[in-house]
Write a protein that binds this ligand. Sequence first.
Ligand code: ADP
Length: 473
Amino acid sequence: MNVLFVASEVFPLVKTGGLADVAAQLPRALAALGVDVKVLLPAYRGVLERCPDARRLGALTALDYEAVLWGWRATDGVEHLLLDCPPLYDRPGGPYQNEAGEDWPDNALRFGLLCAAAARLCGPESPLAWRPRLLHAHDWQAGLAPLWAKAAGGVPSVFTVHNLAYQGVFDRSDFDRLGLPDPLWRPEGLEFYGRWSFMKAALVYADRLTTVSPRYAEEIQTPEFGCGLDGVLRARRDVLRGILNGIDTTLWDPARDPYLTAHYDREDLSGKRAAKAELQHALGLPKAPEAFLLGMVSRLTTQKGVDVLLDASGALGDRPLQLAVLGSGERRLETALRDAAATRPHRFAVRIGYDEALAHRLIAGADGFLMPSRFEPCGLTQLYSLRYGTIPLVHPVGGLADTVFDADRHPEGNGFHIQPLNAAALVETVDRAMAHYGDGAAWRRLQRHAMAADHSWDRSARAYLALYEELAA
Ligand code: ADP
């Protein structure tokens, strides 16, 4: 079975969030089941430099742009197809935004080209001899690929929603520039309140829809979580299903993690105490083994509830705990967190930026892990935390509800629920967690439950394979 993945970010070549992890690890897990997956992504600035052994596979022209396709095999053997079009992708800044944090003004064209290239690989004009049996497109940036792949080569598609809040909404002028036909400009097609969106194109035209947790698949059919597309999703509920993401259990393994100097496992947690001491030292926090250390690694956005944490910071600062936050995102939230840390340097440590090593050390060294997300399609960091015996405190939505169970309500509890989502409930939940933490035996039991969960990719990959087989039949 040949499957073409289309994604706008793939770890380790380019990553802003969980999509990059999924786009790297799911193909590997599928390959282990015998699926031949190739992953198409744009060659942003720096990507080709990171792949010095990439081979030129061919060229294509689409949307009046000429692009070169490079083939690069990752160390795990999965082939990546790098779409090289310097006028669109060779720029400073991130994959979606410039250095000032504003969306690139020509994103419709940039990701339109990605979708057009995917479609080309599905049809008779492909520069490759390899032909996909089906296409698996991810998030809005790949949203036009299902429609165009069907037109180009009759190739069926699966579309996965990693985050419905980002939809790729553009003006009519972009619709025309991408050569989309007039009959699609209607509410049953791509039109969305006088504009149009890549996400809607995928939700309407892909053959199967998935999202990254069963709970989120239900939630997005409601007005509260549907971001204006709940009606479209309800209309397609028969082809929509939720498949929980896995995690890379080799990269995220407290017994082998190369970012840690002391290792540990479910039987012997002593290395975790060392990780905590090292983290406190690295962050300039008092070396207090008994202090409850609450960690957070996240994009700093209102989705992630950073504003709720800020509202709670006064009350948290009055408690005998330490708070360590690593993240980057909205400037005003970054600034407010820095200010909060400056007023309580002995309790709060904030590091703004993207830091893979610190993310590992923080998740290993913390006692609790905070995720007050307003919505969370799946969430990866709670899964990493569970594996590291770091107890998640979460707002139970989406994948958080599917993977974290409250220790005060569930015999196999592995975390705590913040409910409803507000500062008072967050503080109350921290108090409950600290009460458990104060009882060493109870806390270790909680850690063992957490560390027993199996979130390896194999199970998810089998669910995707079943879907592919159903579609191919
Ligand atoms: P989302 O995709 O919504 O950002 P996920 O929990 O699904 O959230 O995935 C986030 C991923 O990004 C995780 O792998 C997490 O470790 C990583 N991450 C987020 N912020 C940072 C940061 N500042 N430094 C290092 N890794 C980060």
